[in-house]
Design a protein around this ligand. Structure first.
Ligand code: PLP
Length: 417
């Protein structure tokens, strides 16, 4: 059917790609549980290896269920193409390593998700790659850190657990003026709240494990390419063969051919199915997640036992203005951090919660809490641990339960400490 209307995000999250799929009217992609795909002729398999057709060869390369998800995610992030991966970390590795060589540098926010921080600060350094950590709120800091060796700038839309909102437009302009692409980890915002590619970023990645799949049932990642960066610039002469083959999609093509395929980062199709199913309700879930976060932030701020609340939705928060503008007045994300008296009080509080779950995830439909200092950051050196997560800090990821039940649980646990 010819599409006459340009549909809204929430509608595309449900319908994108469905009517193009030859799946006998199925309203969700079938789970193609097959390691490999046979071809009727030798020529067909040869053409597929040569990249001349969209057919499939082997699950480590591609799979129809995952391909359906890739197209949907590319559309929702306003990108030109996407490659899904087995986890968010696999997606980050794929995106960064496609751009990096020994001796290269890149610039990244100094407040990053813990595994991303370790990857950049420890693992990449082992291979002679230098990360320059910067304050994501300081454009001067970012500008000063970039030099001729900088291959990209990497930021999180909302930092985890710093709760800072980077000014994507301004950072993209700085990166662009130095001939470097901007990569945004958009996990905490989701494309419902923010679409970095529309603001000038070149590459977006997600841990789809979070809001995109939405139910805490699947793990996955995605890299979406805007297809706008000019890879013929001075810094990217090594991209020439890929530009020749795929033009502005050189990055995604190279990432797929060199890293996704050879590192073995493909997701299992069942996880792609669960994520595609989760996307159907992304819009409505985000509305509730975000509304609950505002109410929980206000509630916690009013509690005498709560020392501070870090939430970009407070007008006096350093990221309030950027978040309001960049997120089109749709909210401030659905995660917040807050401080209690000390680590012992944090532990007691967690132990008294009745419904809110103490676990290492976020962006689930369930409300989740964690004490990052004693869990995710436990093996970090003391100074770094303190820089990234205060011992008094609790991280709360608001789910979509009834707000009265969430506030009841927070209140009764606070009363008990
Ligand atoms: N990026 C952010 C902002 C995250 O919070 C996470 C995980 O919590 C990741 C990336 C990594 O994703 P995954 O756990 O799917 O590998």
């Amino acid at each position: 059917m010819t599409q006459k209307r340009s549909y809204h995000f929430e509608t595309r999250a449900i319908h994108e790609g469905l009517k193009d799929s030859p799946w006998q009217g199925a309203t969700l992609p079938p789970i193609f549980q097959t390691a490999a795909h046979y071809h009727e002729t030798a020529e067909s398999l040869s053409n597929t290896f040569a990249g001349k057709t969209e057919e499939h060869i082997y699950m480590r390369l591609s799979n129809p269920t995952s391909r359906f998800l890739e197209k949907k995610l590319a559309s929702l992030e306003s990108g030109a193409g996407a490659v899904v991966a087995g986890s968010g970390m696999a997606a980050i590795n794929n995106a960064c390593l496609t751009l990096l060589r020994t001796g290269d540098e890149f610039v990244a926010s100094k407040t990053l998700f813990m595994s991303t921080y370790t990857l950049f600060n420890t693992i990449f350094r082992k291979y002679g790659i230098t990360v320059k950590f910067v304050d994501p709120m300081s454009l001067d800091d970012i500008e000063a850190a970039i030099n001729e060796k900088t291959r990209f700038v990497y930021m999180e839309t909302i930092t985890n657990p710093g709760m800072e909102v980077a000014d994507i437009k301004a950072i993209a302009n700085i990166a662009y003026s130095h001939g470097a692409p901007l990569i945004m980890d958009n996990t905490l915002a989701s494309p419902w709240l923010c679409r970095p590619l529309e603001l000038g970023a070149d590459i977006v990645m997600h841990s789809t494990t979070k809001y995109l799949s939405g139910h805490g049932a699947a793990i996955g990642g995605v890299v979406v390419d805007a297809g706008k960066f000019d890879w013929t610039g001075e810094k990217f002469q090594d991209f020439a063969p890929f530009v020749e083959q795929k033009g502005n999609l050189a990055f995604l093509h190279r990432m797929f051919k060199e890293y996704h395929v050879n590192f073995g980062t493909a997701p299992a199709p069942f996880h792609s199915f669960l994520t595609a199913m989760g996307l159907n309700t992304l819009g409505i879930r985000m509305e509730r997640h975000i509304a609950n976060a505002v109410k929980a932030a206000d509630f916690l701020k009013a509690q005498p036992k709560v020392e501070w609340v870090n939430f970009p939705g407070f007008p006096d928060h350093k990221s309030y203005t950027t978040a309001k503008e960049q997120f089109n007045n749709k909210g401030f994300g659905a995660m917040l951090t807050f401080g209690l008296k000390d680590q012992t009080t944090c532990f007691k509080f967690i132990d008294r919660l009745e419904m809110i779950l103490n676990l290492a995830n976020l962006g689930d439909c369930k409300t989740l809490i964690i004490h990052p200092y004693s869990s995710q950051y436990i093996s970090f050196p003391e100074a770094l641990k303190n820089q990234l997560a205060d011992p008094k800090l609790l991280r709360l990821s608001l789910g979509i339960e009834h707000i009265d039940d969430i506030l009841y649980d927070l209140e009764q646990a606070l009363t008990a400490v």
